[in-house]
Design a binder for this molecule. Structure first.
Ligand SMILES: *Cc1c(COP(=O)(O)O)cnc(C)c1O
Length: 393
């Protein structure tokens, strides 16, 4: 027992999933190639409908990546100059990056010690500060389901309602997570997902989606993802003596999901619920094996994580990562440098060291372990044993 597995240990094992899905993937891709409907083929609409159903929402709009998926609702709502958009600093850059695109100002919010997700009290304090300063109007909150754990949506929704703000759930990593049996779209105005290959629901390239219950937002974002094309709402009650296809009603972008990616995602979504269960069993096994030697983030009560990452906190993080590497165990530090101390983001509010103490502390101590639905117990036993060997010395 606890001898090194004969096969190399992967941080994420996309090959195992590809083998599990087998010929279904070959057929899905071949069908698209043979149909030559490479852009906006029927699989795109089919996948959008299935994704909406999975999330318990009315609509899904697919797009080119999980970054555009956050930008699209901000564009649709006209968020720009003079508007404040609140997001965590302990996240992947994309969450914050899209805020200045339209001219809005980002405001970084600290996270909770136990769940790593947005601290509702600090959110309120930051909103009040922006109001007191009188320069910006609080418009949108972007909550992140970090590492797959649902944020505290009931509290954050109530805060958004109180201040008349919109709520985006950045579920790029967290799509599939639930709180009290509901997906984040139950509380958010839009929930976004990324299909980057390493995310729990990844495709074979880049891809993303926005989930919404608003027909109006869906229409607007449908226009924005194709260069501001005229959509039903723009054409209603009007007649034209030319094809309205090349009428551009607003400044948009080109952000479509490739048909091949949609076809791959249809196959992956079909096994996604089963994969989330497997991920939860693997996370529980890590937790049991490691609970005496290190801290792991807590999933909010009533929440189910998709365990995009299994993360632990250790004081000598870099030492343990090096030790694991020597022993053939890959690991990663997400995220070692908080957004609010990085040069390009210093124009946001709440920037600089000392401002978000919990975020700054987490950045120094967190590391993530190999995690994917096909991780076997022997490999986990070995990883757990190596961690203990290092920590209990
Ligand atoms: C990956 C990620 C994104 C961006 O997704 P892409 O598909 O890579 O553009 C946004 N937010 C978070 C929290 C992410 O982890």
């Amino acid at each position: 027992m606890n001898t090194q597995p004969s096969k190399p240990i992967n941080f994420i094992d996309l090959k195992a999933q590809r083998e599990y899905l087998g010929v279904k993937i070959d057929n899905a891709i071949n069908n698209v190639v043979n149909s030559c409907a490479f852009v906006m083929g029927p699989q795109v609409r089919e996948f959008e409908a299935q994704m909406a159903q999975f999330a318990g929402a009315k609509y899904t709009l697919s797009c080119a990546n999980g970054t555009d998926a956050i930008a699209l609702p901000l564009m649709a709502w006209g968020v720009g100059e003079g508007d404040a958009v609140f997001c965590p600093s302990f996240t992947f850059a994309a969450t914050a990056e899209v805020i200045p695109w339209g001219g809005a100002t980002g405001v970084f919010v600290d996270v909770l010690q136990d769940t790593y997700n947005m601290d509702p009290d600090h959110l309120v304090a930051s909103i009040e500060k922006v109001i007191a300063d009188g320069k910006l109007t609080p418009k949108v909150v972007i909550a992140v389901d970090l590492f797959g754990q649902p944020a505290d949506y009931p509290k954050i929704r109530a805060i958004c309602d109180k201040y008349g703000m919109k709520l985006i759930s950045d579920s790029a990593q967290g799509f599939g997570c639930t709180l009290n049996g509901k997906h984040p779209i139950e509380w958010a105005d839009c929930q976004t997902a990324s299909f980057f290959p390493a995310k729990p629901l990844g495709c074979y390239g880049d891809g993303g989606a926005v989930i919404t219950n608003s027909q109006e937002d869906w229409d607007l974002m449908d226009s924005l993802r194709v260069h501001g094309k005229a959509v039903a709402g723009d054409l209603a009650g009007k007649t034209f003596d030319h094809d309205p296809k090349y009428m551009n009603m607003r400044i948009g972008m080109n952000s479509r999901l490739d048909t091949i990616q949609a076809a791959v995602l249809i196959e992956k979504l079909a096994i996604f619920a089963e994969e989330i269960e497997k991920r939860n069993a693997i996370a529980a096994y890590y937790y049991e094996g490691l609970k005496d030697v290190c801290v792991a983030p807590v999933v909010i009560e009533g929440g189910v994580s998709n365990w995009a990452q299994y993360t632990i906190e250790v004081p000598n993080r870099d030492g343990l990562m090096a030790y694991l590497r020597e022993n053939g165990v890959p690991s990663a530090a997400y995220y070692p440098i908080p957004m609010h101390v990085q040069g390009p983001y210093l124009g946001f509010e709440n920037t600089g060291y000392g401002i978000l103490p919990i975020t700054e502390h987490k950045a120094d101590v967190v590391m993530s372990l190999p995690m994917h639905p096909y991780l076997d117990k022997e490999t986990q036993d070995y990883i757990i044993a190596k961690i203990k060997e290092f920590l209990v010395k």
